[in-house]
Design a protein around this ligand. Structure first.
Ligand SMILES: Nc1ncnc2c1ncn2[C@@H]1O[C@H](COP(=O)(O)OP(=O)(O)OP(=O)(O)O)[C@@H](O)[C@H]1O
Ligand SMILES: Nc1ncnc2c1ncn2[C@@H]1O[C@H](COP(=O)(O)OP(=O)(O)OP(=O)(O)O)[C@@H](O)[C@H]1O
Length: 573
């Protein structure tokens, strides 16, 4: 295998602050490299440098793409093709070239020839035309790369088949579930016939079953197309399953490279588990939910029963988990709890002090009396982009405190959200764009905590966290509960987190709560349903294992049966 990319002594800084330090890395033709590292380690910066379509900080060193290129049509192939006839059929012979992304200007043709064949999937961002159908999204992608074949529609259909999305061709993109969106993103990227796929946390916020489906289609594409891939994931299992070689990035430096098993072991060596004791007893009920139902009317799906007749109590100081596959009704439930989505029927009462507040009655004198003591971290959180971090944690959320007190509280809240004291102090004056995705997510968590809520609802709080950061946050949540007596409702796909942090959990399926109890038992129940339908991918041969594995199309039909698509445009009834 020839070296395709060689990164030599690459360093990147922003105004003198180093974020990548002396990186050396080789990616061979068809090789899959997994990058592990804590939040803020520099994974995304490295991916963007390799993508080569934007200037990222101030870079020194070399990022060499060894390629074979046709002088006539500018087609680029792996270096091993040098001396062979051009693959586009133009008749010219491919010649060896090396392009250095550090030296070469952003708009230089030689760089653009290479970046045309580099694809990226970015964490938490579904780069799709939301109002267009899935098919139109792929046709647009073909137009964008200048595809002029007479078989454009067939080509688009083939790509959708490759990512197992043939059954969703005419669906509107924004109405797809997260896992489906990610598969369409992949199809759009495959249009470029990439030599390398840069996958930055492609499945961070998906439930285990959808994450498996996405990994499977990514891996199948990598095998059948003989692409190289660099994948970052905070789930060590993903690296174990997909990568030939792993790299451990820490604080901008590569501290180890080698066999994925060995590197994952090193990454996890400081993971000590959680030693905060959970209490056996809680206070009186603080939330009472009875026969709660929410129906939406959707243009293409008619009436969707997002939540159907659920009842549960949450006790003061309890950490209560809501788990279930994508589309089960968890987010809708949490939005009804905080009062942003009105229920179709049923009741939600929240106790503030000695008084019960009916959350179904709007107005400051009704549900408003409770909502000011409740905080929610949305899955699709956002920060104020034109304010720095300390402003985001104070003025922007109308917290009127003397500056020094604001800073003190902000540092406390950032520590609960998993930042060390030194890092918390260091980021206060930074703009949100200067933080990594995981760091921004944890600032949003701190923003919720700044308002001293009695009840905290967190929707997918660990989606962007590596296991070590997650352990720090688990610790802090348990400590916060012990010291401050807060009550938490945690909606999560992260089964380890649910088991570690929650006192009790409810399993939601098709809008209903099917069981409530000890988090370990509830997680086991969800996972047993997942494994019944799981098909594994082997990184070495791409075969789909498991005679009992069910077909992807079967799974999709199940998704459809449970209404596994979101419709922002749907209205409430
Ligand atoms: N535009 C920027 N200006 C200054 N610093 C930045 C900028 N973008 C990122 N950084 C810093 O660079 C470091 C690495 O960021 P990066 O996004 O690569 O982290 P990451 O490993 O991908 O983390 P995560 O897992 O949280 O996404 C972080 O400390 C971040 O604060
Ligand atoms: N505004 C809406 N209009 C129409 N249908 C909706 C709307 N919001 C949610 N739904 C549907 O309700 C069902 C439950 O969605 P919900 O987001 O609550 O599930 P979830 O369990 O939180 O999923 P995820 O884990 O993917 O966030 C899904 O079928 C979803 O498509």
């Amino acid at each position: 295998m020839s070296a395709f990319i060689e990164v030599k002594n690459l360093s990147v800084d922003f105004d003198g602050k180093a974020v990548l330090k002396n990186i050396n890395l080789t990616v061979n033709e068809g090789e899959v490299i997994g990058i592990l590292g804590k939040s803020g380690a520099g994974k995304t910066i490295l991916m963007h440098i390799l993508r080569g379509t934007e200037n990222v900080g101030h870079a020194t060193g070399e990022v060499l793409y060894h390629i074979a290129k046709c002088d006539g049509c500018h087609r680029v192939e792996f270096p091993g093709f040098a001396g062979k006839k051009c693959t586009c059929g133009c008749g010219d012979v491919l010649k060896p070239y090396t392009v250095d992304f550090v030296q070469c200007g952003l708009y230089d043709e030689e760089r653009k020839d290479v970046t045309k064949r580099v694809s990226i999937m970015i964490q938490r961002t579904f780069a799709l035309y939301g109002d267009d159908s899935v098919l139109t999204n792929i046709l647009n992608a073909l137009t964008e790369v200048g595809y002029q074949g007479t078989d454009t529609v067939k080509k688009a259909a083939d790509l959708l088949e490759e990512v197992n999305m043939s059954h969703r061709m005419i669906h509107i993109a924004r109405e797809l579930s997260g896992g489906e969106k990610q598969r369409v993103v992949l199809a759009r990227q495959l249009v470029k016939e990439p030599l390398i796929l840069l996958a930055d946390e492609p499945t961070g916020t998906l439930d285990p079953m959808n994450a498996d489906l996405v990994h499977q289609v990514i891996m199948d594409a990598v095998k059948t197309r003989n692409m190289s891939m660099i994948i970052t994931s905070h789930w060590p299992d993903v690296i174990l399953e997909l990568a030939h070689k792993a790299v451990l990035l820490d604080n901008g430096e590569i501290v180890d490279t080698g066999d994925p098993q060995e590197i994952v072991g090193k990454f996890m060596k400081n993971y000590t588990g959680i030693d905060v004791k959970k209490p056996n007893e809680f206070g009186e009920p603080i939330i009472k939910v009875e026969n709660l139902t929410k129906k939406f009317v959707s243009v293409d799906r008619g009436v969707v029963k997002a939540v159907e007749n659920i009842s549960f109590d949450v006790y003061e100081r309890e950490i209560f988990g809501l788990i279930g596959l994508s589309g089960a009704g968890k987010t809708t439930t949490s939005k009804m709890l905080i009062g942003t989505v009105p229920p179709t029927s049923g009741s939600i009462n929240v106790r503030i002090g000695e008084e019960w507040v009916d959350m179904t009655v709007p107005g400051v004198d009704h549900k408003g009396r409770a909502t000011k003591y409740m905080g929610i971290l949305y899955q699709e959180y956002s920060l104020y982009p034109h304010s720095c971090i300390i402003e985001n944690l104070t003025e922007s959320i109308s917290l009127d405190l003397p500056y020094e007190l604001g800073v003190r509280k902000a540092i406390q809240a950032l520590k609960i959200a998993g930042f060390s004291e030194a890092v918390a102090k260091g980021i206060l004056e930074k703009q949100t764009s200067e933080l990594s995705e995981g760091e921004r997510h944890r600032v949003a968590m701190a923003q919720v905590l700044m308002k001293e809520p009695l009840i905290v609802i967190m929707d997918e709080p660990t989606g962007t966290m590596d296991p070590l950061t997650r352990a720090a946050v688990t610790h802090s949540i348990l400590n916060a509960r012990e010291k401050l007596g807060e009550t938490f409702i945690i909606v999560s796909h992260d089964m380890d987190f649910v088991q570690e942090v929650c006192d009790r959990a409810a399993f939601m399926k098709n809008g209903k709560i099917v069981s409530t109890g000890n988090p370990k038992d509830i997680v086991a129940q969800l996972l047993s349903e997942k494994t019944t339908g799981k098909k594994k991918t082997d990184k070495n041969n791409g075969d789909k294992k498991g005679p009992d594995g069910i077909d992807l199309d079967d799974l999709s039909e199940k998704d459809e049966a449970k209404g596994d698509v979101k419709t922002d445009g749907g209205c409430c009834i």
